[in-house]
Design a protein around this ligand. Sequence first.
Ligand SMILES: [Zn+2]
Length: 449
Amino acid sequence: MSLSLKIKRVPTVVSNYQKEEVGRRSGGCGRNCFNMCCLPGAKLPLYAYHGVDSTSDEKAFAELEDADIPMAFLDSLILGEWEDRMQRGLFRYDVTACETTVIPGKYGFIAQLNESRHQRKRPTEFRVDKVLLPFDGNKFNFTKVGQEEVLFQFEASENGEVQYYQNAPIDVENSPNVVAINVSPIEYGHVLLIPRILECLPQRIDHESFLLALHMAVEAANPFFRIGYNSLGAFATINHLHFQAYYLAVPFPVEKASTKKISIIDNCGVKISELRNYPVRGLAFEGRNTLQELSNMVSDTCVCLQENNIPYNVLISDCGKRVFVFPQCYAEKQAMGEVGTELLDTQVNPAVWEISGHMVLKRKKDYEEASEENALRLLAEVSLSEERFQEVKALIFHSIFCSLNEEALDSEEDVEVQFAEDLLGMKLKQQQGSHSAMVAGTHDCLVMQ
Ligand SMILES: [Zn+2]
């Protein structure tokens, strides 16, 4: 897309320091922020997660259960710290007072009335035609949050066992992963996972960060705790790498959707399916063996979408066992003037939660009139067309395939990869060292036909 598309959007405030109201605090810059000015000497709880790939290794799982710190400890840590911040009045409103209902119909969409989340604030211009933009230190980012908004550090354990330290120093040199509150919560326990916060990474998925998010889902060990990701152009509002997560005690409609298996890749153990009869076209990834494999395949997919400038959303569900990826085109349609005013007037941004079936509504009117039909009307504008989805799917599989090919070359193992015949309209079969045909793609790699 060569057009420079811009739309006016009212951003949601996710931190109390986003408004640039300087408070009076002791030392540093005076705001007790999460940056070099205020961090020296600061302490924060540290949760060290089980470093071993826990879904692959039954023994490791058993060890995890036998460990002094029970597996659900992370779950109670998140909620305990979150409630503490609620008592300290750090949230902009009481999310537990927001009305929620399940919309009658076959999907079971959930509607929430949240009038506070988007009120006031001056409009900001966001570019919506770029999925990747460089980090801009002048804009709001998470190093500007108050330290009281940060709940704990989340790091891999050095000895492979879960560990917890109430008062751990902050290792500034190694840029910690942190979990912070979202001061404009969508639901109970709404937090942000910010990988290597001090490195100021832009909103862009990489293999290491995605694996971190998966570990968080596994260790929280609560099926009601989901982790989501919005790319730029798919309703991320801050260009500083972050995942969101919250608790919702009902299934998301997407979790109940039927799927059609597309492929099983030998020696890999990740099942990839396509959603069926769901209003937004998307892919579901399920780990069979290891967390690392699942993580790699989803990361390859996200990287492919980013590099091709395709906005997307990701939902990590089922305690890290299942991941949904949705390429989307709502912002593009919006910028081209293709979305009807009735939908635009609702000001609902179809990010990962809405796409997964949790509709966060801003106007009482829309809440009172919430219906499956209205939800479907919104989601229809989000989904890629069948034709475009097939194109995007082909791009994704091409890059997954290239990545497996590279891994195989590295490990010098023989690999045989088989995709379902309908995948790219051809059967791909590949064995190391014998290339006979090339399929054009964005990467330089060879695919046997
Ligand atoms: Zn500071």
